[in-house]
Structures are given as structure tokens and as C-alpha cells.
Design a protein around this ligand. Structure first.
Ligand code: DOR
Ligand code: ZN
Ligand code: ZN
Length: 436
């Protein structure tokens, strides 16, 4: 176990701006950031070509444990995450059993304490009859509501239980926002279709917008913090752009919705590109991209939702929705920085700093003295091609396979210890439960 680390002569994207200098980690914590540090450390890295960023905080993953360990586990998911510079994850409740009781939550936290290589916490899912749990539960990122159904059985779409959750609970509410009635109507209309391009028609832009309008009204009525997961439409971006209650309502976008579009992505990948809410046409993708650039959308999350290739290779509509992505978000964003679409500070804002502030995470999300030493060392000039052979997710594939990217993860530090370095993993120290 490494107790002290000195990283010398690197570009540091710190809370105080972009600096060149040294950083010292000791006993979990960043203890010094300065132009030059002369103390000795157990591990010293000196490489003027590299850049140190705060570790990525991915607030939306599905690590499948318990219930679907053949797709991913907390261990394999955390390992994939570490290889992609992610130092904290929040896992979604649609496991089997679903995380809708205190017991199921405790079981996940215990397992993560034993097996996760990075920091963790878990959303609790809302059902129509677990309001007591949602009121009592402590130290979670938030309550997840599937207002439209997706993978798993979680769904709360009726007014009465929805109003009760907004009225009677205190945690931030994160939503999968698609109108369930509209999905069901369209499913009947397109029954018998085996064309994956119909996925986007069944789960329409109108359905996403309608549900998001409904949820924003509830958040305003009860003055309850609302986070809209994985935005997919230009109409929702326009709605958020004109919202007066910024701060009460936040939102996220995924790399797959921001970097890819229909019909091309479905023509290339078929049902592997099928996710909920769907990847839509280019006008939506462009609005999402601009929305993140301009700060209308607050942050990025991967919605890492692994399924095996053989499951995904079933024809539409039998293939499950979802795709892996926890380890490819940062490389894709480094490439977008290289291409001039975002500044390196913007990358840090949308991947680390803002996720920490949205969920009020204590002492993480920025490189600053006193914070936990969660950091990722990257080579902004290095190159990385995503292939089946270099992804670590147990599902073993990515729709970004074949993409040649400028920017490469070199090492990932979690609570001051290296967990990943140039293809090697260090597994003796486990991650911590994130506190709020
Ligand atoms: O495409 C999706 N897959 N959307 C979700 O909301 C759930 C996820 C999964 O768990 O597979
Ligand atoms: Zn979702
Ligand atoms: Zn999800």
C-alpha cells in the first residue's frame, strides 16, 4: 500500500486554475500543491509531458451486482472505471433485487467496501410503496425514479406517489424521464417491427419532453432538487436554457448521446446502439453538444449499462437496452478538448467539479489541499484507440471501438494510492463510501 506520492513537473488543473508544478499526496489526502516540492515520497513520478486532473466522478452507472454478475460486478465495473480515470461511481438501483430497501442498500455498500477499487455510493430506487425507506435512508447520493420504464421493473409514473416523493423526502431526486403512457401507445403502434430505427419513434422526443415538463413542475411546486439524467432532446435543452430556477434543476448528458447520432450509429451497430432514452438524430445531438459547451447541461455521466454481446445481438425489440461506457468517457472528452470543443477546465467542471457540487459530495471533485487525493494523470498528446482488447468492462465491447483518440489515461489515484498505472492494477486498497 502506497502512503505517500509526489508527482513532479506536471500541468495541474487545480481549483486555483491551470498551474505547472508538483503535488503531494499523504494518507488519502492532497497535502501540498506548489511550483516545487522537495519532500520525499514512497512513489515519485516526474514527467513534464503529463497533466493531472481531479478523478472523474461518474454519477450514473449500472454495475449489475447483485443479480446480473455475468454482465458486470462491483469489482469488474470499478476496475474498468479506474482504467478510464474514474475515481468515484454512483450505481443505479435497477439490480436484482432492486435497491429499494435499507437491507438491499446495506448489502451493496458492504460488497463495495470489500471489492470496489474506487469510491462508491448507491442510489435508492423509488417504488409506489417504499416512501418510508426514502424518508429514512441516509448517506446516499439521491433517490432514483424511473418515471418511464426501462431495464428492470422499477416504475413510478402515477401522480399520487410521485407527488408524495417530491413532497415528503429530502434527498435529491434523479429521474429517468420518459412518458410511460406514450411509450406504451407507440409500442402498440410499432408492434411487430424488427427495425431498430423504430426504437427512437417508440421512445419519442415528445415523450421525453412531456415527462421532463411534468417533473420540472413538480420540482418547482415542492421546491425539491431535481436532477434529470441522460438528456436526449433539443426541446429539453431549450426548456432548460430558459429555466428561471437554475440550481433547483440540474441535468446530465452521456457521451453516446453527445457524440453519436441516428441513423448512422444504428446502421453501424444495430441493436448495440439501442439505449433508453434513445440516441436521436443529428439536430438533437448538436443541441446536446452545444448545451454542454454552454453550461445549459451541467455535467456528463456515462450511464454505463453493460449487457453481453450475445444479449445485444438479438434482433429488435428483443435485445436489452443499454451499453457500456464508464471507461471511455474521459478518453472521448480528452479528444474533444484536443479538437478545441472544450477547454481542459470545462472538462474538469463537467466530469468532476459539478458532479461533486450537484450531489454535495464532501472533499472530492477538485485538486485542492485538504481534499481526498482522487486524481488522474493523463497524457494529452498520447494516443489511444478503443478496441475490444483494451476495454476492461466484463461485457467486453464498446460502440466506440475503432475510434482513434488524442489523449490517454496514464495513472489513476484513489484516496492517494495508485489503482491503475499504464495497464497495471493495484488492488490491495479498496475505495471508500462517499459522504455528503
Ligand atoms: O438503456 C438503458 N439501460 N436505460 C436505462 O434506463 C437502464 C439501462 C440498463 O440498466 O440496462
Ligand atoms: Zn435511465
Ligand atoms: Zn441508467
Amino acid at each position: 500500500m502506497v502512503e505517500s506520492v509526489l508527482i513532479k513537473n506536471v500541468e495541474i488543473v487545480s481549483e486555483k486554475g491551470v498551474l505547472t508544478g508538483d503535488v503531494f499526496f499523504e494518507n488519502n489526502i492532497i497535502t501540498d500543491i506548489a511550483p516545487s516540492i522537495s519532500k520525499h515520497a514512497e512513489l515519485e513520478i516526474n514527467d513534464s509531458g503529463l497533466t493531472l486532473l481531479p478523478g472523474v466522478i461518474d454519477t450514473h452507472v449500472h454495475f449489475r451486482e447483485p443479480g446480473s454478475e455475468h454482465k458486470e460486478t462491483l469489482y469488474t465495473g470499478s476496475k474498468a472505471a479506474a482504467s478510464g480515470g474514474v475515481t468515484t461511481f454512483f450505481d443505479m438501483p435497477n439490480t436484482s433485487p432492486a435497491t429499494v430497501t435499507l437491507k438491499a442498500l446495506e448489502a451493496k455498500k458492504m460488497l463495495a467496501a470489500q471489492t470496489s477499487l474506487i469510491n462508491y455510493n448507491f442510489f435508492v430506487g423509488a417504488t409506489t410503496d417504499n416512501l418510508d425507506v426514502l424518508k429514512q435512508v441516509e448517506n446516499i447520493p439521491g433517490i432514483k425514479i424511473y418515471v418511464g420504464s426501462s431495464t428492470g421493473t422499477l416504475l413510478v409514473d402515477q401522480d399520487e406517489p410521485l407527488e408524495a416523493i417530491f413532497r415528503d423526502t429530502k434527498h435529491i431526486i434523479a429521474v429517468h424521464s420518459e412518458d410511460e403512457k406514450m411509450i406504451q401507445e407507440k409500442q402498440l403502434e410499432y408492434a411487430g417491427s424488427s427495425n431498430v430505427l423504430d426504437h427512437e419513434k417508440i421512445r419519442s422526443a415528445e415523450g421525453a419532453l412531456k415527462c421532463t415538463q411534468r417533473l420540472i413542475a413538480l420540482a418547482k411546486k415542492y421546491q425539491h432538487r431535481l436532477h434529470i439524467c441522460h438528456l436526449t432532446t433539443k426541446q429539453e435543452v431549450a426548456l432548460l436554457r430558459n429555466l428561471s430556477s437554475k440550481g433547483l434543476i440540474t441535468s446530465e448528458v452521456t457521451p453516446q448521446h453527445m457524440f453519436t447520432y441516428a441513423p448512422d450509429i444504428y446502421e453501424k451497430w444495430g441493436t448495440k446502439a439501442q439505449i433508453n432514452p434513445p440516441i436521436r438524430h443529428r439536430d438533437h445531438q448538436e443541441a446536446l453538444f452545444k448545451g454542454l459547451q454552454e453550461g445549459v447541461i451541467d455535467c456528463m455521466a456515462s450511464d454505463h449499462a453493460p449487457h453481453l454481446e450475445e444479449e445485444k445481438n438479438q434482433p429488435f425489440p428483443h435485445a436489452p437496452s443499454g451499453m457500456p461506457g464508464v471507461e471511455t468517457s474521459l478518453p472521448l472528452m480528452l479528444d474533444a478538448v484536443h479538437n478545441g470543443h472544450f477547454s481542459i477546465e470545462q472538462l474538469v467542471n463537467v466530469m468532476s467539479k459539478t458532479p461533486a457540487s450537484i450531489y454535495t459530495i464532501q472533499k472530492r471533485g477538485a485538486l485542492t489541499v485538504g481534499h481526498y487525493a482522487d486524481a488522474v494523470l493523463v497524457d494529452r498528446h498520447g494516443t489511444h484507440t478503443i478496441t475490444k482488447d483494451n476495454v476492461y468492462t466484463k461485457s467486453g465491447w464498446s460502440i466506440f471501438e475503432g475510434q482513434f483518440l488524442k489523449g490517454k489515461v496514464v495513472a489513476t489515484f484513489v484516496n492517494g494510492s495508485p489503482v491503475f498505472r499504464e495497464g497495471d492494477f493495484f488492488e490491495d486498497k479498496k475505495g471508500m463510501e462517499v459522504a455528503f
